[in-house]
Write a protein that binds this ligand. Structure first.
Ligand SMILES: C[S@@+](CC[C@H](N)C(=O)[O-])C[C@H]1O[C@@H](n2cnc3c(N)ncnc32)[C@H](O)[C@@H]1O
Length: 361
């Protein structure tokens, strides 16, 4: 994999709009007629005159979404720290990621083909962006955090990939732009996940799929598993406020116990008792750094929602999707297709009712 400083391809400009007012963005100074990339510079909005910097080849299109500002700032801080530590490492060292396993549950045609345009909403360090763009579609990875630094370097060799720093609540794209979108492990960290569904839905063409991976609420699991989840939630109340370095040190302290209690038994049970092994958390790796980063990912985010299969179906429906399908993989791998209809006021009440019935921690 060729890692290098990344430059923004001028071609990205035809997709970008101002995240505040949705008018066109123009590079300043204007590029030469034969210029193909910009490494550092500025994008100016033709409508509201806001400007967004391009730093290390990544347009920084962040504007504050007031309704979500407090949680978003905390989430960003934790993920800035996490991706600085683990972003490139997980790609360079080929860490075992859950998404590598659940990708096989998603029909391949949903994740684009050459000529189509996709959105990775919350691309983090870029591991999935890399994997999915290699299938040939043009893909734009968006993330709130410094994950964009590693995502852009990891995909620098792929001419069909762009990376933008932006907030899902205020995405810098025009409505109806994308042929597909996916969002793995992201929407459950928003203060109101249904707003995330709706924001992405708006950017899809009618009939285009949105594929998500989201946490399950354990409502159909054993009493023991539900108790374990309650304990994790109680612990999260403290850890999600801890400074990154301290929390990461604590995660490292917990790694040997997690390895002994879950990862190793899961490996030993895999052949004789695959169903039992499949229920154990942290079964996807035996590597300690991967476990430390996974623990950090579990215990650091400011907020996490968990969904029942019915509740999640309902969120898809309310955001304007149909033909929703779900597969279980330590959570829900789901997809639905955008209906040709926008949300109504009645949908808003339904959305509130669904969220009120859901577990948040
Ligand atoms: C658990 S990570 C998942 C990253 C990646 N999809 C993966 O599976 O490796 C969650 C990501 O969501 C991003 N995120 C959280 N809230 C966001 C928001 N409001 N807008 C954009 N990205 C957000 C975080 O910065 C973080 O990189």
């Amino acid at each position: 994999m060729a890692l290098g400083p990344k430059a923004m391809r001028i071609g990205l400009l035809r997709h970008l709009v101002c995240p505040a007012c949705r008018d066109r963005l123009r590079p300043a100074p204007p590029p030469a007629s034969d210029q193909e990339v910009i490494e550092e510079g500025e994008l100016r909005c033709a409508g509201c005159a806001r400007s967004y910097s391009i730093v290390k080849g990544v347009p920084r299109c962040l504007v504050t979404d007031v309704a979500a500002a407090t949680i978003t700032a905390r989430t960003r801080r934790q993920y800035d720290f996490a991706w600085r530590r683990f972003g490139l490492r997980e790609i360079e060292e080929g860490w075992e990621k859950d998404s590598a396993r659940y990708l096989s549950l998603i029909p391949g045609e949903l994740l684009g083909r050459p000529g189509s345009l996709g959105l990775d909403a919350g691309c983090g360090g870029g591991a999935d962006l890399l994997r999915i763009a290699e299938r040939g579609a043009e893909v734009i990875g968006v993330d709130l955090s410094e994950g964009v630094e590693s995502a852009s370097r990891a995909t620098a060799h792929l001419p069909n990939v762009h990376v933008v720093q932006a907030d899902i609540h205020r995405l810098p794209f025009p409505p109806g732009l994308f042929d597909f979108a996916y969002s793995f492990g992201v929407l459950h960290h928003l203060p109101d996940p249904s707003r995330g569904f709706t924001a992405i839905a708006e950017l899809l063409k009618p009939g285009a799929p949105l594929i998500t991976y989201l946490y399950e609420d354990f409502s159909d699991r054993s009493a023991m598993e539900r108790t374990a989840l309650r304990v994790v939630r109680a612990v999260r109340r403290v850890t999600s406020r801890a400074p990154g370095p301290i929390l990461l040190a604590l995660c490292w302290v917990a790694v040997p116990a997690v390895w002994l209690a879950f990862s190793l038994p899961a490996r030993m049970l895999l052949r004789p008792f695959p169903r039992l092994a499949g229920r154990l958390p942290f079964r996807h790796t035996l590597r300690w750094p991967v476990l430390a980063s996974d623990l950090f990912d579990r215990f650091s985010p400011a907020i996490e929602w968990r969904f029942s299969s019915r509740g999640l179906m309902e969120l898809y429906r309310i955001a304007g999707f149909q033909a929703v399908e779900m597969r279980r993989y330590r959570g829900w791998v789901s997809w639905g297709f955008k209906r040709d209809r926008t949300a109504t006021a009645g949908d808003d009440d339904a959305r509130r009712a669904v969220l009120d019935s859901m577990a948040r921690g």
